[in-house]
Design a protein around this ligand. Structure first.
Ligand code: MSK
Length: 633
């Protein structure tokens, strides 16, 4: 392994966190590190998935002495039901985010709060969906397509429109396995129905529906979220930014945007650049207004505007602990309720904006498409006016940050490849050069690394160590979510990091002018990876499951991650987890998800769960090499 001396190490990040926790102690702040201690050890029944509280006869816990719940359900049925409910929670969350984006698209108008920024993409999607586009006003088209997309959530008949993007072989597998997602809400609702007391307890049926509910997310709600965010805010293209807590500015008003839905953060970014707001900031004694992000909202605005990334999931408290955060403005998902009491220890305004994510100790400013401009301006003003309340003795911004180039949508990746080969095939380009690099062995394969942080894993360590290991073995990476931010914080999204990688990755990065890990966006943007895999398989001339490509979520924590894992596996991509999904209590469910006879047989891919991160990396490399051997390359 070569020296990675340019990278910020996990030890450096931990030292920064330790100094911030000291800052917190001065004001009596609580922390997730302390709460983990309070919650440990965790409940063994919960961890193995063997506790059932679906009805009020229990809760029932399965032990050798009590092998069945009061209704008679065995451990396999209980674990499988819990798994499906977990999936449904994730699918609902992503899909509802997608629905909000569709509503925002419906609210677009010329000169309004929201406009169509990528009309070409809108026209492409409209044609894909059989909508007449000729001579139509772009806003009429936006409203028509938005309404069709909203109907995808509740249409009474048929399957998801987005499935037509998948290769024929994959679609046939879905059809034959009876996991094709129908209306998005139907799959979520049916999952809850199936798991109600007295419905399904057959593990196979429950795991099939888990796949279907996952697919309604990745090839349904998330795809709506991604595609229409691009139409609204622009399809990402490579842009330079910076990452880690050092992006916060001592002399400026710092506004942190956090959550997932870009509708809010886009407007906050806009008003932070308003000359009136900047003048107000100067009046308050600040040099200007600095916006930075946390979690996937950060990914969204980084990819479209180069807004710096302050950190990922387990760094959300750190931004407040710097004592230099005037406002942390949140939309939905992955927001610690702890931010309320924590903000009260400092001068920080904790501003919630969505009726979906109401929290104690926050200031609620209800944000809607209709009032977006006025509310975003009010939020920025509130933050600016809070600058004077900062306590200089509590300001501690760790001076660590790295450069990053982000914004690799599928369209952008194709454009980069096109620039090298000049093989301009059609308006969208081709992935053939990538396929050729893998076939020739210059690259051994690719890993899609995604997901959160989880205190069960040393934060960011698994992400960063696995990335280094894979890159050293000439495996290229596409990233999203908090995994992407881990890479950016470490410096792996700096193009200069290519020189530490294996010879093949280095050559490709230098030739194509890309960093060794490609930032593809937020959690909903894993749908981009599904399109990438489909197009790569088509350009290669093989099935997705044959590609030397695997998925990985080494530090995942949320229900959304399970939903994602299910649609990635169901799309034919073997997926490697570093945290157990509460299924180890059932040998049958473990076999269905990780063995040869369940999802592997139906959909040509399965899960591997390995808590030893080094072994997890070895297993991914081994699987990629097996796929290469099977292809004869
Ligand atoms: S934000 S779901 S902690 S990746 Fe999308 Fe990060 Fe996981 Fe939330």
């Amino acid at each position: 392994m070569k020296e990675w001396e340019r990278l910020t190490t996990v030890e450096e990040m931990e030292a920064a966190t330790a100094s911030l926790l000291e800052n917190g102690k001065k004001v009596g702040a609580d922390s997730w590190q302390q709460r983990v201690k309070n919650q440990t050890p965790h409940c063994g029944f919960g961890e193995s998935g063997t506790c059932c509280r679906i009805c009020s006869m229990g809760p029932c816990r399965i032990t050798p002495k009590a092998p069945r719940g009061i209704c008679g359900c065995d451990v396999h049925g209980i674990v499988a039901r819990n798994y499906l409910r977990f999936t449904a929670g994730g699918a609902a969350t992503h899909s509802d985010h997608g629905r909000e984006i569709c509503h925002t698209l419906y609210a677009t108008r010329e000169g309004g709060n929201y406009q169509v920024k990528d009309p070409e993409k809108l026209i492409r999607i409209a044609k894909e969906w059989g909508v007449e586009t000729e001579g139509k006003d772009i806003y009429d088209l936006a409203h028509e397509v938005a309404e069709m997309a909203l109907m995808e959530y509740g249409k009474p008949f048929g399957i998801s429109r987005w499935l037509s993007r998948a290769p024929e072989h994959t679609r046939k597998l879905w059809h034959d396995a009876e996991v094709e997602p129908r209306a998005i809400d139907r799959e979520v609702s049916q999952s809850l129905h199936m798991t109600h007391m007295g419905c399904s307890s057959l593990p196979e049926a429950l795991i099939r529906q888990s796949m279907r509910a996952g697919l309604c997310d990745g090839w349904g709600g998330s795809m709506c979220g991604t595609e229409f965010s691009d139409v609204l805010f622009g399809t990402p293209k490579p842009v330079d930014t910076e990452a880690n807590l050092g992006v916060m500015e001592k002399d400026m008003v710092n506004i942190i945007v956090h959550g997932h839905d870009p509708s809010l953060s886009e407007m906050v970014v806009f008003y932070a650049q308003d000359p009136e707001m900047i003048a107000l900031a100067k009046e308050q004694g600040a040099k200007g207004i600095n916006i930075a992000g946390v979690c996937c909202t950060s990914n969204e605005v980084a990819m479209r505007h180069g807004i710096p990334m302050a950190g990922n999931f387990l760094q959300q408290e750190n931004v407040v602990l710097t004592g230099a955060c005037e406002a942390i403005v949140v939309d939905v998902q992955c927001i610690f309720p702890a931010l309320g009491p924590l903000s009260k220890c400092f001068h920080t305004k904790f501003i919630t904006t969505s009726k979906i994510a109401r929290m104690p100790d926050s200031e609620f400013i209800h944000f809607t498409a209709e009032t977006a401009g006025e509310k975003a301006k009010a939020i920025v003003k509130m933050a600016v006016e809070n600058f004077k309340n900062r306590k200089p003795e509590l300001v501690n911004i760790p001076q660590i940050k790295q450069k990053a180039t982000v914004g690799y949508s599928v369209e952008a990746i194709k454009k980069c490849l096109d620039g090298v080969t000049n093989s301009h095939v059609d308006e969208l380009g081709t992935l053939k050069p990538l396929a050729d690099a893998i076939k020739s062995g210059v690259l051994r394969g690719a890993v899609a690394m995604v997901g959160c942080n989880n205190p069960k894993v040393r934060p960011d360590y698994a992400h960063i160590e696995l990335m280094k290991k894979l890159l050293a073995n000439d495996i290229i990476l596409v990233l999203s979510g908090c995994s992407a931010q881990a890479a950016a914080k470490a410096g792996l999204m700096d193009k200069a990091a290519a020189k530490y990688c294996g010879e093949g990755v280095r050559r490709v990065c230098e030739l194509v002018d890309i960093p060794p890990v490609l930032h593809m966006g937020s959690c909903v943007d894993i749908s981009r990876m599904m399109v990438l895999a489909s197009d790569l398989a088509n350009d290669w001339g093989c099935n997705i499951s044959q590609l030397p490509l695997v998925g990985c979520a080494p530090e995942w924590m949320s229900e959304k991650a399970v939903s994602i894992g299910n649609y990635v596996v169901a799309t034919g991509i073997d997926t490697f987890l570093g945290v157990d999904p509460y299924t180890k209590g059932s040998s049958e469910v473990t076999e269905l998800l990780q063995g040869e006879t369940g999802v592997k047989q139906w959909l040509e891919a399965n899960y591997t769960v390995e808590l030893d991160i080094d072994k997890l990396g070895d297993k991914m490399i081994e699987r990629i090499e097996q796929k290469r051997a099977a292809l004869g390359i």
